[in-house]
Design a protein around this ligand. Structure first.
Ligand SMILES: Nc1nc2c(ncn2[C@@H]2O[C@H](COP(=O)(O)OP(=O)(O)O)[C@@H](O)[C@H]2O)c(=O)[nH]1
Ligand SMILES: [Mg+2]
Length: 282
C-alpha cells in the first residue's frame, strides 16, 4: 500500500553508517559530574562506590552488546571497544550511540542505591557519548593507553591536591599553587614526605582505572538430552558424564564468554600478549 502523501519526509532521514572494518570506540562521559559529585558528597579524590557503579553500568552494557570486547573506565567516563567486524544495527551511528548511552545511563540510575545507599539521587544524571573510528590495532592500543595515562596523571594530581587541602590545611587555591609546575616525581615525594602516602600502594582501581574484558570460557559441559544422562550427572554432579557406550552424549564444546574486571596496566604489552585474539578480529 502506498504511504500517505507525507511519507516523502522520510527522505530527509539520511543514512549514517560507520565505516566497515574500522575499530569503533564509543566513549561516554558524565555530564557536569563535577557538580553531581559535589551534590552527592562523593569521597575526594576517588569515591570507590561511584566507580563501582560506573563499572556495573558498563558491565550491563557489555552483557547486552556482545560485540563489545573491552571497556575502560575512569572517573565519570567509560570507553567501549567493539570488535572490528561488529555489524550491530548495520553500524548505524546514531542508533548505536543513543542506545548504548541511554542503557548506560539508565543502569547508572537503576543501580545507584546499591552503591550509594545512604545518598538519595537528587536529580537525573546524564552522559554524553561519541563514537570514534580507528583504523588499526596500534591506534586502538594508543587510544586506550592515552585514557589510562590520563587516569594516572589525574589521579596523581588529585591525590596530592586533596591531601594538601584535607590533611595539609591548604585552601584549594593554595594547593593548586603548590602543585603548579611540579613533575610526577615531586608529587610522589610530596605525598610521601608530607603525608606518609606511598602512591604505588593506593588501590589499583584508582591508579589504573577499570578494564572490563570479554573472555572466552571453554565450556565442556554435556549437552544433556536424555534421562540416562541426567541420572549420571545427578549421581555425581562434579564429574563429567561418561562418554563411552551407546547412549553416551557427544561432547559439544561451546564457547561461552564472561566479562572480567581488572585494574591492571594496559599500556604495556603483557596484557595484550596474553589476549592476542582481542584485536585480531578480521
Ligand atoms: N569527589 C569525586 N569526584 C569525582 C569522582 N569521579 C568523578 N568526579 C568528578 O567528575 C569530574 C569529571 O570530570 P569532567 O568530565 O572533566 O567534568 P564534568 O564536565 O563536570 O563532568 C571530576 O572533575 C570530578 O569533579 C570521584 O570519584 N570523586
Ligand atoms: Mg564529565
Amino acid at each position: 500500500m502506498a504511504g500517505s502523501k507525507f511519507a516523502y519526509v522520510r527522505n530527509f532521514e539520511l543514512p549514517d553508517p560507520l565505516l566497515p572494518e574500522a575499530f569503533m570506540v564509543l566513549r561516554i562521559d558524565g555530564h557536569a559530574f563535577h557538580r553531581l559529585s559535589e551534590e552527592h558528597n562523593f569521597v575526594k579524590p576517588n569515591d570507590e562506590r561511584a566507580l563501582q557503579l560506573m563499572d556495573h553500568a558498563a558491565r550491563d552494557v557489555m552483557n547486552e552488546f556482545k560485540d563489545i570486547i573491552l571497556a575502560f573506565g575512569e572517573s565519570d567516563e567509560y570507553s567501549f571497544l567493539f570488535r572490528r567486524s561488529a555489524s550491530l544495527y548495520n553500524r548505524r551511528e546514531a542508533k548505536i550511540l543513543t542506545t548504548i548511552t541511554s542503557l548506560f545511563t539508565s543502569s547508572y540510575v537503576f543501580n545507584w542505591s546499591k552503591y550509594l545507599s545512604d545518598t538519595p539521587l537528587k536529580y537525573c544524571p546524564s552522559f554524553d557519548g561519541r563514537i570514534v573510528l580507528y583504523p588499526t590495532a596500534t591506534v586502538v592500543r594508543d587510544y586506550l593507553s592515552w585514557r589510562q595515562a590520563d587516569t594516572h596523571i589525574n589521579n596523581l594530581y588529585n591525590t596530592v591536591f586533596w591531601a594538601l587541602v584535607l590533611k595539609g590545611g591548604q585552601t584549594t587555591t593554595e594547593a593548586h599553587a603548590t602543585l603548579r609546575g611540579t613533575v610526577s616525581s615531586q608529587k610522589h615525594e610530596m605525598l610521601y614526605s608530607r603525608f606518609g602516602i606511598n602512591y604505588n600502594e593506593l588501590p589499583a582501581r584508582f591508579r589504573k582505572g577499570s578494564v572490563l574484558v570479554r573472555e572466552e570460557v571453554s565450556d565442556t559441559t554435556e549437552a544433556r538430552s536424555g534421562p540416562e544422562t541426567d541420572k549420571a550427572a545427578a549421581s555425581d554432579p562434579g564429574e563429567p558424564v561418561p562418554t563411552s557406550g551407546k547412549k553416551a552424549q557427544k561432547k559439544k564444546p561451546r564457547v561461552r564468554t564472561t566479562v572480567e574486571l581488572y585494574h591492571c596496566d594496559i599500556i604495556g604489552d603483557e596484557f595484550w600478549d596474553c589476549r592476542q585474539n582481542l584485536l585480531a578480529d578480521s
